[in-house]
Design a protein. Sequence first.
Length: 487
Amino acid sequence: MARADKFAVEMGTPSMTLMDRAGTAVADAVARYPYPTRILVLCGPGNNGGDGFVAARVLAQRGFKVRLALLGDRDKLTGDARRAAERWRGAVEEPAAVDLDEAGVIVDALFGAGLARDLDGAARALVERMAQSGKPIVAVDLPSGLDGATGKVRGAAAQAVETVTFFRRKPGHLLEPGRSLCGRVRVADIGIPDEALEAIRPQTFVDMPALWRDAFLVPAAGGHKYSRGHAVVVSGPAWTSGAARLSARGALRAGAGLVTIALPRDALPLQAASYAAIMPRPVDGAGELAELLADRRLNTVVLGPGLGGGEQTRAKIDVAAPGRRLVLDADALTSYEGVPWALAAVAACSDGLIVTPHEGEFARMFRGDGEVLEAPSKLARTRAAARRLGAVVVLKGADTVIAHPDGRAAIAENAPAYLATAGAGDVLAGIAGGLLAQGMPPFEAACAAVWLHGEAAREAGPGLIADDLPEGLRGVYSRLYAAIEKA
Ligand SMILES: NC(=O)C1=CN([C@@H]2O[C@H](COP(=O)(O)OP(=O)(O)OC[C@H]3O[C@@H](n4cnc5c(N)ncnc54)[C@H](OP(=O)(O)O)[C@@H]3O)[C@@H](O)[C@H]2O)[C@@H](O)CC1
Ligand SMILES: Nc1ncnc2c1ncn2[C@@H]1O[C@H](COP(=O)(O)OP(=O)(O)O)[C@@H](O)[C@H]1O
Ligand SMILES: [K+]
């Protein structure tokens, strides 16, 4: 944001104008509240506070009753914040002297992008009072105390009903617990030109179709099933084969031309409970898997869901990896517990690897690797892991992060909470495999898979079980194909 700000100023917009627009956008948001009388603006010592002074002035000019309190010393304000304070005609009160219970709406303009350390002392006490007040809070840029780069709370932060930010959202608006603390996020245009992005070249994105649509493959008129790839899902024993069957359904619905499920002989009868379109194949060990995979048209292998851990699993991965596209999930990942370098070797000989751990699996994979596990945010951890493995890493959760070893990363925002249900991750691994089989590059395939998975859940609706997810893809694909054809 500092660079975007600088770019806008160089292009001729004074920084005070940016602040005026930022404060006005906050005032607009506050004025929309059902009881915008008795507005209390709490300002901090930097430019976040400056935005607060502007918002207070604009609201007062519009006839609202506004009180303003400043944390810190008015004489110490500098730059634009100082000018904004000079143009505020009302009283500047002491936060300790204001009764928050008298406020209808509180504007939280204490700290934003400049939060430099954990809140303590008077700042923390004020944020805690705000949090306990139960009043609707509109946060300027970020709820104060929330770290915009990590989504973590530094000391304390108060739950906002709405957060008004500027130009673009920041990672802290998307990563938990920040996402939840922000309430509804409104992005205000304050006149920073989009061209600023060309100068900044951001590497962090929201996972949405614009990010991967160019790489997404709509079936070609002259295509055939082999031109849409052949994915193999390797199953564990009969009693855990449900997970692999879910993956296989995901891969097929995601558009792989053919899907084979490699099952131990004892599990073959159970395949009858799955789609008839999925081709079962008896495979009892790494040797038989090698025989199956002698056919190079089988270009993508999904291993992990219900597979069981240990040496046998590693042996199967070694057979599958060379020159092939792989998705590794669940047991396939935990069988590399504490030896992520061995997984990096798998990635290096493959034609592209996506790993899809949840937090527990991630912690086991990178046990002892402080540089990965202690990176400052979920975003940074996923990036560090991708770099370590030389593979695309999908770190699942409410705020799934997808990272490429080259530093690109995306944060998903479309998964409904009811997606957290047994087997949902198995379907995700299958969808990713289905997209890889069709030839999508791994990062785009992983981003698309995560987005499609979230959309499929919405399509299926509350009460969702994992079996519904592949079915949900049909409606999502109808809309996506139509949008791509129109574009
Ligand atoms: N850039 C842009 O494009 C635009 C930016 N805009 C706005 O500017 C905001 C960023 O402003 P900013 O950089 O002045 O930082 P800000 O969040 O006010 O905090 C810095 C102050 O807080 C203090 N402080 C920090 N941590 C602390 C702690 N733990 N406990 C106590 N004090 C602490 C720190 O003091 P110090 O560290 O120096 O002791 C300093 O005084 C941004 O969020 C947006 O609202 C808009 O106007 C539109 C254009
Ligand atoms: N709170 C949440 N909101 C939205 N999606 C979630 C939430 N928690 C988990 N998920 C998603 O649910 C899926 C669960 O996958 P996983 O943990 O592998 O479960 P399983 O092994 O049972 O399939 C992942 O795609 C994850 O991103
Ligand atoms: K704030």
